[in-house]
Design a protein around this ligand. Structure first.
Ligand SMILES: *Cc1c(COP(=O)(O)O)cnc(C)c1O
Length: 376
């Protein structure tokens, strides 16, 4: 593939920071680079506590542990999402309850949430699709009224905002991803944002194998011992060193992505007016981070033709997600509440265009090829 769907962008400083981590001879987690990343994230997202994890999946698993979910408890979420949104809770024996998405943002339809709440509902896990926020004010209201938690799967949401507030900082917990397909990367990687000060100590314990190691190193306790459930969710310093270099360039990376996103959006405008496709919709109260540029085509056949035509020119365009409610594990472990017609339709019609730093010089060719693929 000459123009792949994704190509990880590296700033050049990653290797220098990794060399420093090497020289520091602190390779396990929570060394100086991890602390630097925590401070950057806390400032950037205005959250009480940011903790690096090995992935967004791990951060979601931590939030499921923090909620003390019991088998049979329910977590409301969209079906149009990546598997980790559901798996993190299924691992605790909880049941994902899928509700349909909005036609405009493709985010969970907040108007359908309340009817899906039962006495077993413990949380709502929202997903900010394409780095565009869910309608968090009504969602936080519903959760408060029913005494349930809100977890933000903000895997795609770094630098995005809802009414000025950074994504991941609004619910009880936020989970970020630094997987190489996201905007800011460390190969595999993620972070848990803990927005309730009362939850910080327990999050540190769960992340460090259920021990009070963090407190011990701060001199707050004189013994370091097993105090709670937990696992090993923290990344080593080599990953944190890589990520620290990315954070320094994160604004520049986002600016480049936004410029490409805007080019796609301007190119697609006449096609949308001609009824040939639908473009992404970003509500006025949302600032997005150009995580993704997608097109909505007429139907599955139209999309298949489009993807094949680009592929013949060595351009990678891809689709996702197979809805969780109709996937084998989703049917086994979860259930759908209400119809899923928007999810099913979007899943057949959505195509993601390549979007990565360095694609700039190929944009003319990509747009030309895409225009030809859409002609009829
Ligand atoms: C990428 C992604 C994840 C998983 O992130 P990892 O860091 O790979 O675990 C979870 N949820 C959503 C919505 C994602 O896009």
């Amino acid at each position: 593939m000459k123009i792949p769907f994704n190509r990880p962008f590296m700033t050049g400083r990653e290797l220098w920071y990794i060399a420093q981590a090497h020289a520091n001879a602190h390779l396990s987690g929570d060394g100086p680079f991890t602390k630097r990343c925590h401070a950057w994230l806390e400032q950037e997202t205005r959250t009480k506590k940011a903790l690096l994890t090995q992935s967004c999946t791990a951060a979601l698993e931590m939030s499921a542990l923090m909620l003390d979910l019991q088998p049979g408890d329910e977590v409301i979420m969209p079906s149009f999402t990546f598997v980790s949104t559901a798996n993190a809770f299924v691992l605790r024996g909880a049941v994902p309850v899928f509700v349909d998405i909005r036609k405009d943002t493709l985010n969970i339809d907040e108007r359908l949430i309340e009817a899906a709440i039962t006495p077993r509902t413990k949380a709502i896990c929202v997903v900010h699709y394409a780095g565009v926020s869910c309608e968090m004010d009504p969602i936080m209201d519903i959760a408060a009224r029913h005494g349930i938690a809100v977890i933000e799967d903000a895997a795609q949401g770094i630098f995005s905002r809802y009414n000025g507030r950074p994504l991941g900082s609004i619910g009880q917990f936020g989970a970020l991803s630094f997987h190489e397909t996201k905007n800011v990367i460390s190969g595999e990687g993620g972070a848990l944002l803990v927005n309730d000060p009362a939850g910080v100590e327990r999050a540190e314990i769960i992340r460090e194998k259920g021990t009070n190691r963090s407190k011990f190193f701060r001199g707050q306790v004189d013994k370091y011992t097993w105090v709670d459930v937990g696992s090993s969710y923290l990344p080593g310093e080599i990953i944190a060193a890589f990520l620290a270099a990315q954070f320094e360039e994160a604004e520049a990376i986002t600016a480049r992505r936004l410029a490409m996103w805007d080019r796609y959006h301007a190119w697609a405008e006449p096609l949308e007016r001609a009824g040939r496709l639908r473009r992404p919709i970003v509500p006025d109260n949302c600032t997005h981070n150009a995580h993704m540029y997608y097109l909505l085509l007429d139907d599955l056949a139209d999309r298949t033709h489009f993807i094949e035509t680009l592929k013949a020119k060595d351009i990678g365009a891809v689709f996702h997600y197979i809805p969780l409610h109709s996937s084998p594990a989703g049917m086994k472990y979860g259930r759908a509440h209400g119809g899923m017609s928007v999810t099913d339709s979007i899943s057949d019609r959505l195509v993601r265009m390549p979007l990565w730093c360095g694609l700039e010089e190929h944009m003319d060719f990509v747009l030309e090829t895409a225009s030809a693929a859409l002609a009829r």
